[in-house]
Design a protein. Structure first.
Length: 94
C-alpha cells in the first residue's frame, strides 16, 4: 500500500497545478464564449471521471490493482493525446 501512496499523493497534488492551467488554455481560444467552454470542460471532466469510476468500481477485487490499472490507462491515453496534438501543431507549422 505504501508504494501506491507514494506515487498517488504527488499525482493528486499536481492536479491543483494542471487544472487551472488547462482551463486557461481552453478558454484562451474562445474568449467570446468563455462560459460555454468552461462548462464543456466541466462536463467532460465529470463525465470521464464517472466512466472511469464505474469501470474501476466494477473491476474491484479487494486490491489496488483496478485503480492502478485505471491510472495507467489514463496516463497512456493522455500521452497519446499529447503526442497527437504535438504532431498536429508541428504539421500545421511546417
Amino acid at each position: 500500500m505504501w508504494p501506491f501512496l507514494l506515487c498517488f499523493a504527488p499525482q493528486i497534488a499536481t492536479i491543483s497545478l494542471i487544472g487551472p492551467n488547462s482551463m486557461a488554455m481552453a478558454l484562451q481560444r474562445y474568449p467570446h464564449m468563455a462560459g460555454t467552454a468552461s462548462s464543456l470542460m466541466g462536463v467532460m471532466q465529470f463525465g470521464i471521471g464517472a466512466v472511469f469510476g464505474a469501470i474501476v468500481g466494477q473491476a474491484l477485487d479487494g486490491t489496488i490493482a483496478p485503480m492502478t490499472t485505471g491510472h495507467g490507462h489514463s496516463g497512456a491515453r493522455s500521452a497519446c493525446c499529447r503526442i497527437d496534438c504535438w504532431c498536429a501543431v508541428t504539421s500545421a507549422n511546417a
